[in-house]
Design a protein around this ligand. Structure first.
Ligand SMILES: Nc1ncnc2c1ncn2[C@@H]1O[C@H](COP(=O)(O)OP(=O)(O)O)[C@@H](O)[C@H]1O
Ligand SMILES: [Mg+2]
Length: 320
């Protein structure tokens, strides 16, 4: 998949994607990580030929999205964020219908529906109406519907948003299997940095219609170029005092209630000195953790904002 200088502008001059370029290799697990409104769904809709780009080009499975949309549609599976599934049909009926739409004979469609119901562990609920399914069951069904014609490229738009950890992990396992066992190329969008971190071979971070960073999770974290020290204090006043005391050593900080996060060079060397200082001030931390940067730290460095909202935060950059 090759995307070059892709732009999508909606009526009213809404620039949903502004000149993005990237490549996804065959068999690769690629994640598009970004907050709400970043342009993820718009990108998926262009790549799956549901929306025309305003300018730029996209080639999927060797076909141009504008010149050859029907060839692309046969090769790909798509699970969109908003699906128009009929709630009065059962899971089995929907899978059967989908298979028939893809040209399966009645008996093949029946077989394929059963196979997929087994794959996603939905056999017990196969004959219940989809309107009665839980969120997790719906997502598993969405996933199975896009697999009916055994596509080699899957587009999954926020497949786990709003799911509890149990269902999220079930979906993760399914997608991993599709990628590793069946060699499917995966293009997944997510707002969850942990999801991108855990699943993807490569990640592009998208913000306000622009790709702001790309690489493996390791490469992206290295760009932060600093260690992260997380400190928890008894109370917020202590955390604030600690921030003032440690200011000369840190590059950035984040303060959230009684938690102080510091960005420093050479964290391991700085740590003992820091503990002595805090002891001397009578504000020993309750807990202390030296961690490598997370993708949130990457996002923070490139956009100045957090990816995942965490309430009350005071933050700043120490000018040096
Ligand atoms: N059909 C549309 N018409 C006008 N604006 C749209 C349309 N679809 C999306 N947008 C706008 O484009 C931007 C990107 O949206 P979207 O691609 O849905 O982001 P994401 O999926 O990352 O949350 C948002 O500002 C959104 O409001
Ligand atoms: Mg979206």
């Amino acid at each position: 998949m090759v995307v070059q200088n892709l732009v999508k502008t909606f009526k009213g001059d809404v620039k949903a994607i502004k000149d993005i370029s990237f490549e996804v290799r065959e068999g690769e697990f690629f994640a598009f990580l970004g907050p709400n409104g970043a342009g993820k769904s718009t990108t998926i809709q262009v790549l799956t030929t549901l929306l025309n780009p305003t300018s730029g080009s996209a080639v999927v499975s060797g076909f141009n999205v504008q010149k050859d949309p029907f060839s692309i549609r046969r090769k790909i599976g798509v699970a969109l964020q908003e699906t128009g599934i009929d709630p009065s049909l059962t899971g089995r009926e929907l899978l059967h219908l989908q298979a028939r739409l893809f040209g399966f004979s009645k008996s093949d469609a029946k077989k394929r529906a059963q196979e997929l119901l087994e794959l996603i562990n939905l056999t017990d609920d196969a004959d219940r109406k989809v309107g009665k399914y839980s969120g997790g069951m719906r997502r598993r069904l969405d996933l199975s519907l896009c697999l009916v014609h055994r596509p080699k490229i899957l587009f999954l738009d926020e497949p786990t948003t709003g799911l509890d950890p149990y269902n999220r992990n079930a979906i993760w396992d399914e997608i991993r299997t599709l990628n590793r066992q069946f060699g499917a190329t995966i293009f997944l969008t997510t707002q969850y940095l942990e999801e991108a971190d855990q699943l993807a071979d490569r990640i592009s971070i998208i913000n306000k219609g622009e790709i702001v960073a790309s690489g493996t999770s390791q490469q992206l974290k290295k760009t932060v170029g600093m260690d992260v020290i997380e400190l928890t204090f008894h109370q917020r006043e202590d955390a604030e005092k600690a921030k003032d005391v440690l200011e000369p050593w840190m590059k950035d900080f984040r303060l959230t209630n009684e938690e102080l996060t510091l960005y420093v060079d050479n964290g391991a060397i700085f740590l003992p000195e820091m503990v002595r200082k805090l002891d001397g001030e009578g504000i020993p931390p309750v807990s202390l953790n030296l961690a490598p940067p997370t993708l949130d730290d990457v996002f923070l460095r490139v956009t100045g904002d957090h990816l995942e909202e965490k309430g009350n935060r005071q933050e700043g950059v120490v000018s040096k």
